[in-house]
Ligand binder design. Structure first.
Ligand code: SAH
Length: 367
């Protein structure tokens, strides 16, 4: 038997070296002390990173050069470098391909609207959930992202908005965990990142928890755990069909946690937080766009979630090699009408970034 090519025996890709955004406030103080530096350097570093949104030690001019180099080497290891930016929608949408320390590629998408700016970020490199219509799902999971790798996507987006990289200088307002990966499968780091994105400066970036959306395939135990976190983020559940038979194939994790269990867990979240849950539904021609499914979806959501729900229809973004397509507009309109007829709020998501493969489910980081 011939030996396997080297690529098959490559070491498992690991998390990056620990970064300032991985530490708690106390841990950062300790780390600074261990380097023999004055304790207040820790708050200077946090001010630069979270408050001024800079990770470049050269700009931290209130710290003497010698200390700066020492601190930067230990606490600001390079995390994500830009491989490329792609823009569309008149420059109002920008996708960034990032390379991590180990060569792992991930993507995030910044979208500017008249009244807000949203960044769609990745929580894992690849994804293990294997939804057949999603480009990320086709490649499998490479690895979890670290807390700092997640936070840093937001820091960069906030800096880009402030610096006018997408037109007039503005402010990043929203974060959606709808890029690559299943956020609740990287639970601890995602929650840690949410806190650092929302804690007020200098301990965090200071965005409102209400403007953060965590989207999940429906990992029921993790939804229950999230319910106990005392966070008021928006929960989005990728349902895609109201019946278990079809959902078993569209969202394979449904074989483990059924539609009714997922909706009950979502209800628990809504009850605890008072927040409406978003139900994501990628509308796929002749697969899940039937009138009877719209009726069933509306009934089921009213029963489980009452007024605490909003349906987001996402016209399917075809992925390379897929036989599936978006539903025709009249079918989509009829679907919306039938869901609304059950007394459930339902809107169609605008699809930004299609021509740069930056729309929902298209993030695949091919380089
Ligand atoms: N793993 C999380 C976040 C992933 S992406 C989740 O599944 O919720 C965010 C949304 O985009 C999910 O609802 C996902 O199902 C949807 N999506 C994936 N591929 C898509 C595609 N090709 N067209 C439209 N929506 C898609």
């Amino acid at each position: 038997m011939t030996s396997l090519p080297l690529v098959f025996s490559a070491p498992k890709r690991g998390l990056p070296p620990k970064h300032l955004a991985d530490y708690t406030e106390q841990e950062l103080k300790d780390a600074v002390a261990e380097l023999g530096e004055k304790p207040f350097r820790a708050s200077q570093l946090r001010n630069h990173y979270y408050g001024r949104l800079t990770a470049d030690p050269q700009q931290m001019t209130d710290i003497p050069a010698g200390s700066r180099d020492k601190l930067a080497e230990k606490l600001l290891p390079p995390l994500l470098s830009t491989v490329k930016h792609l823009a569309c929608d008149d420059g109002w949408t920008r996708k960034t391909l990032w390379k991590a320390h180990d060569g792992t590629l991930i993507e995030s998408v910044l979208m500017r609207y008249p009244d807000r700016a949203t960044v769609c970020i990745s929580s894992q490199a690849g994804c293990g959930m294997a939804c057949p219509f999603c480009a990320t799902g086709q490649g499998g999971l490479q690895r979890n992202l670290s807390t700092a790798e997640i936070v840093d996507q937001v820091r960069s987006a906030a800096a880009a908005m402030r610096d006018g990289d997408l037109g007039e200088p503005g402010r990043l307002s929203n974060v959606v965990f709808m890029g690559m990966g299943e956020p609740l499968a990287n639970y601890k780091r995602v929650i840690d990142a949410v806190r650092k994105i929302t804690d007020p400066a200098p301990n965090g970036i200071g965005l409102s928890q209400r403007n953060i959306t965590v989207s999940t395939v429906g990992l029921v135990p993790a939804i229950r755990k999230l319910t106990e976190e005392d966070l008021s983020v928006t929960l989005a559940v990728s349902l895609h069909t109201p019946d278990d038979e079809l959902r078993d194939t569209l969202v394979p994790v449904n074989t483990r946690w059924k539609v009714a269990e997922v909706l009950e867990a979502a209800r628990g979240y809504a009850d605890k937080t008072g927040r409406r849950v978003s139900i994501e539904y990628a509308l796929i021609r002749d697969i899940n766009d039937h009138g009877w499914r719209a009726d069933l979806l509306g009934k089921l959501l009213r029963k489980h979630l009452g007024q605490f729900v909003h349906v987001n229809l996402i016209p399917l973004n075809p992925t390379p090699g897929s036989k599936w397509d978006a539903s025709p507009k009249p079918v989509e309109r009829e679907f919306v009408r039938r869901v609304q007829a059950q007394g459930v709020a339902c809107t169609v998501r605008d699809t930004r970034g299609q021509e740069i493969a930056a729309a929902c489910g298209q993030l695949a980081a091919e380089g």
